[in-house]
Design a protein. Sequence first.
Lengths: 365, 218
Amino acid sequence: MIEFRGVTKRYPDGTVAVDDLDLTIDAGNITVFVGPSGCGKTTSLRMINRMIEPTGGSIVVDGRDIMAGDAAELRRGIGYVIQQAGLFPHRTILDNIATVPLLLGWSKAKARKRAAELMETVGLAPEMAKRYPTQLSGGQQQRVGVARALAADPPILLMDEPFSAVDPVVRENLQEELLRLQGELGKTIVFVTHDIDEAVKLGDKVAVMRVGGRLAQFDEPGQLLARPVDDFVDNFVGRDRGYRGLGFRSSAALTLGDLRTVALGEAVPADTGWVLVVDAERRPQGWLNAAESAPGAEVTHEHLVPGGSLYDASSGSLRSALDAALSSPSGVGVAVDKNGEVAGSVSADDVLRVLDDARRDETAA
Amino acid sequence: MTWVLGNLDLIWELLLQHLYFALPPIVIGLVLAIPLGWVANRSPVLRSTLLNISGLLYTIPSLALFVLLPPLLGTGILNPANVIVALTIYTVALLVRTVADGLSAVPPIVVNSATAMGYTPFRRFVGVELPMAVPVILAGLRVASVSAISLVTVGAVIGFGGLGKMFTDAFQRDIPAETIAGIVLVLLLAIVLDGLILLAGRALTPWTRVGPSAGRAA
């Protein structure tokens, strides 16, 4: 647990970067600091490992004031992932990852063995071990940065806009990877970003900060999207927040409808309308418009119209259910189970009805 | 050529003497320049002060320094320490700037990330900043070592040994072949030393020779 108690950072020229911040960061969760530039989010993060020292208040980690001990020692116990990775260009990937274990006095062999394990954990091929950072792509460098931060197995991980310098596709991969890793490791992660989408995607809780270093709202992402406390948060959370908010609503109450399917190789059914084409394992392959195909002909890949997004009924949200319906060429969304087999259909009307019911219950409660 | 073949023993002795005068200043100068360069990199004021002083030192004519040093050091006029101290001063004067430049070229993000990993300032200097400054420092060291090899010859004018003695001797006894042999040997010595530093640099900095795209996967 990390507690900010009335923390202030005032620079000698009078600028206040962080103003009387009170915040409790739960252990084992991802907490995201988000806000426009100049809101003090990075300063707040860097005060946790004393890269910047507060001028007022105190920061307490697991009951211990961080100012009590030696700064370098404190930092070896807190993982840190910096923007653009900040790797050491003169060291191989393996030795970059082994940095903190070596600082802690581990033997070279043990540190390198641990580093090799971590390369696997973050999805780096073993042959990268002997390469230098400039030989890696931005996304790979960022993985090395994460592995280096995890090397000594610190309970806390600070991540300072770690994915801001990579392209959107790689960024999304890295975000997924981080969530997967966090599922295994359960670290206390503090993550800084200026991107609200990244914040609501990754955060168990999100702290929205405003310019001048004041906390505007500290809440779960779903609450942030559903109930911004003021105009600033509302504006910052931005467009489509109603739609994006559906991502935090469970689809458990959604009942699936029937769906007509035909397997590849079977005959085109003699009726009109859209039919879902599946393979031998009942996985969706695409749609067939029976009205435009000769009845009785064998269904082949040539008949297929690409489908929309799939709604995973075992773990999906109302957002993925609605998107499946809206993106499907037939107007009917395809629900699949956790094996990827067709489970039924979902329509936009169904989703809206479930949403209405949920809201009515919330108002009544 | 006949002169050279007839005086191989003498040439070998002068060559060793030359190295004896030139190598210690290069090594000592480098060792002294590293902490001074670190200090110069602390603040703009320290930097300009130290760089101005070293610039001034380098402008003192070498012959004058050889003559000035004995009374200052309390050594005899022909004590080899005079030459070694004088050349060390030149080497330091050249290298302080180089070391300071090399250190200031280390990207701040790398220094910050080292600090955040939990490096103490001293370990960070030895483990991260200095190794990253090696390419710049070695480039300066090549200039300083060639300069030292060349300056040792001046010592011969006031009676020190080394290959410079071949020039004074050739002048007094009018042996042009000896002058040419001396020039060739000084050049060879400088080239060999330069090559050795270059090789040492390659061994120390494998990371500078990997292309940004070599081995990169998508």
